[in-house]
Write a protein that binds this ligand. Sequence first.
Ligand SMILES: *Cc1c(COP(=O)(O)O)cnc(C)c1O
Length: 430
Amino acid sequence: MTAANGSHKRPATDACEPRTSKKRMAHDMPGLEGSLTAAIHGDTSMIEEGSVQAALLSTHADIAPPLSVSTTFEAPVEKGRGHIYSRETNPTRARCEQLLGAIMSAPGAPAHAILYSSGLAAAFAVLSHLRPRRVAITGGYHGTHAVLAQLKHIAFDDGYEKLPLMQPAEVAASALQKGDVLWLETPNNPTCEVADVAAYVTAAKARGIRVVVDSTFAPPPLQNPLHLGADVVMHATTKYLAGHSDALGGALCVVDEAMANAFMKARTTLGSVPGSLEPWLLMRSLRTLHLRVERQANTATRLVQWLNSSMADASHELHGLVHKVYHPSLESNSPLHDVAVKQMPGGFGGCFAVELSSEFVAQHLPQSLSLFRDATSLGGVESLIEWRRKHDATISPLLLRVSIGLEDFEHLRADLLAGILRLSNEVVSK
Ligand SMILES: *Cc1c(COP(=O)(O)O)cnc(C)c1O
C-alpha cells in the first residue's frame, strides 16, 4: 500500500490486511480489463478507496450491490463527491456503469458506459449527439430505422440523408464526409451477416467519419468493437447483457472521455435514464455474462451445424426440409466467415436464422414447439423462436429467427426435430 492512496482513517496495522490486499489488486494486477474478473470486481475493488469514484458508487461494506431508490440526495459537503438528483446520477446506475465500463475496457483503453432506458433510447442519443449529415446503414434492426426517421422528423430535415451501407473499400469514393456516420450492426438482425469493423474503421478514420456499432447480437466475450477502433458501441442491454428477459435498457460504450461526458450531459437534459431496478438487475446479470453467452453461442453453433448438415446429407432426419441456415459460424452460408473468425474470438453468437423448405411449416413451427417459446426479443436464458415476417414484411416467409437459451442442446434439438417433422407430415397428408 502506498501512502498516497491510503485512507487516513485506516492506519496500516495488521488488522487492515484485507484492505491492503484489495488495493494490491487494483495496482499490481494490470490486465483485468474486459476479463471474467472484471465482471465480478470491476465495480469495486479496481477502485481506489477514498476516491471520488468510491464515494459516488456507494460501495460501503455490501458484498452484493444495494438497490438505491432515492431520487434526491443530501447536498454533498464537497462538490463532485456525492449524488444530487437521480436524473443525473444515482448510486445503483453509477455502479452498474462502472462495471459495464470495466467489462468493455481493454488494457490501456479504459471504456465508459452510459446507460439508457432502452436500446433505442441509446441509438437516439448517439445519433442526436453526432448530428451526421449522412448515415450509411444496411437492413438490420427495424427499430433503428424508425429512430432515424424520428430524427429526421425532429431536426434533420435539411440535409441528413440515409445511404445504403457500402463496402469498406467504397467508403473513400462514397458521398460520406467528415462528421458522417457509418452505422454497423454486426452480426445483424435477423440473418446474422457480419460487417468487417476493422476495415470500416480504417476507411472511416482517414476521412473523419464516425463508426458506430450496434453489437447487441454479440456482446463480450464474443466481440468488442471498441478494441477494433469503433467510436461508439451500442448495446440493447435488454438482450444478452441483462440476459433474463426482465430488464429493458440500452448502453453506449466509448473510450473517448469527452464524448462520454457529452452523452451524460445530454441524457441528464433529456431524461432518457433507466430507473434503479433495471441497472440493478443488469449488474446482477453481468456477473455471469461470460458463462451465459459462451454457452448460448456454443449450443447455437451445434444446432446450426446439425440443421445445416441436413441439406447435403440424404440420411439426415431433416433432409429436404431445411432450405438455408444463417450464422457467422457457417463457412458456406456466411460470406464474411473469415472476418467473423478474426472479429469474434469468443464465439459466433447465440442467435441464428433458418429458412425451412415450407412456408406452412415455418409459419406454424413457433406455436408447435414445447421448449422454444414463440416470442420476439433475444438473449435471454430461455430459447425463443419467431416467424420474423410477422414484424417485417421484407423478410422471407420461410425464415425463423432463433435465440438460444441455456437449455440442454439435446432437448432443444429433439424439440425442433419433432416439431418440424410433425408439421411437415401435415403438409404431406393435406
Ligand atoms: C432489441 C434491439 C434493439 C433495441 O433495443 P430496445 O431495448 O428494444 O430498445 C436495437 N438493436 C438490436 C440489434 C436489437 O436486437
